[in-house]
Design a binder for this molecule. Sequence first.
Ligand code: ACG
Length: 460
Amino acid sequence: MTFYELYLRSFYDSNGDGLGDLQGLKQKLDYLCDLGIDHVWLLPIMKSPAFHGYTVSNFFEVNPVYGDLKDLREALEEGHKKGIKFILDLPINHVAVTSEWFQRALKGEEPYKNWFIWANEKADLEEKRHWDESKIWQKIGDRYFYGIFGPASPDLNFESKELWEEIKRIFKFWLDNGFDGFRLDAAKHIFDFDLEKMRFHYQHEKNIEFWKEMVSYIKSIKKDALVISEVWDAPEIVRKYEGIFDIGFNFPLAEDLKMTLKNESPQDLVETLKKCMTEYLPNGKVLSMSGNFLTNHDMTRILSDLKDEKKVKLGFSILYTLPGIPFIYYGEETGMKGIPQDVNFTEDSQEPFHWYENGFGPGQTEWKGFKFNPPYSGESVEEQINQKNSILNTIKDLIRFRKSNPWIDDARIEILNFDQNMVKLRCYSQLNEFIAYYNLKSSKCSVLLENGDELLSIGN
Ligand code: ACG
């Protein structure tokens, strides 16, 4: 499986309003096929007042700026014909302030008022979330609601079992409309509040109970639906959720790989690969697969982070030769740049995808100005496609390699040796194997069969 994380607003505009849309996606499926992609993770497309779509105002409606349900079904059907499956990003931990659920809750209507968490005298209104300085209580009129992701997104209170049933309806709705699975946003946050003490507190056991029920429901609707979880945390927390979902994003691997590339350190890579064998990766098919990636929409883009095209290519070479499921964030394949202002404002890592050298042409989105990726900056498809060693053509080679070796998804690895430049890794299954040489100093990767035949060479 090879995944592409796609932000519709920035992808391809079919009607000239500057915003990417579903018909645009349909028109550009061949670009994804040509890249070798077989799974698309579509960032939220439900009705939402926010550019990122993570605050949903109606879970049963396509955001009208992207089209309607008919457009959606057409795009997915066309994709299916071309061998592409689609995973919908579904943020159910919270809703938009403008959602009917929250608006009716504000009026005190049953059952909605119980679907949210309201401050009482025990609440510390100054309490901050643990990873930055953002407050968790948000003021509305003379009341405060719990909103871990800010004032625009009241958290839902999953103590209400009616809500569980409503969420199932949402899953069913999108499966019935053609999706092949879900990326479960903020999966560790469903129960992240202690109602007794009125304080932030992760309750992993309760989350697990919730997700087990939801995943089994999803699979009862569509047996082969894929379920991917976002638990952004240290390995010991991620492991608590192992086995519930088909794929779990491997955040620690992403961080470690980027550090290794920055330090050009074979020793660091060895440590990272050892952790892959002991801490991150599945030991068998019953457990979740490792969702491997370098960046996503919440993060600094890879070229802005590593500042070196050769290192970017080596990073992707490692990614596509490791067991697990590789994901690439749109635009990384052409070397787009971008640094989110902060975790609450990620526009700058979600800039319009660049089709044309001069920044203009059919389908080009322009919902925001190019800040990091101005015209003629070298990272458009038009410029990259004809350069033999461009990032785009390198990624294509890597994906082609990966697609012709699907056994790598659940292969094993063994570190054969390393020196001050190079790490030598064996990747194997019962029937197949290869040896990969990662040269951290010269940013080169070659993959050989045991008889010396070269399967892949990147960076030469
Ligand atoms: C998802 C989406 C994101 C979205 C939301 C809300 C959730 O991808 O685009 O925001 O719908 C936390 C959450 C994640 C969340 C990110 C943005 N991502 O857990 O679900 O915030 C620490 C914390 C993590 C935290 C991370 C953020 O533990 O919980 O993620 O910091 O940087 C080591 C540690 C690890 C630590 C990292 C980084 O690895 O082990 O614990 O993670 O270092 O320090 C969207 C918009 C927002 C908007 C919101 C409503 O993007 O702008 O506000 O929707």
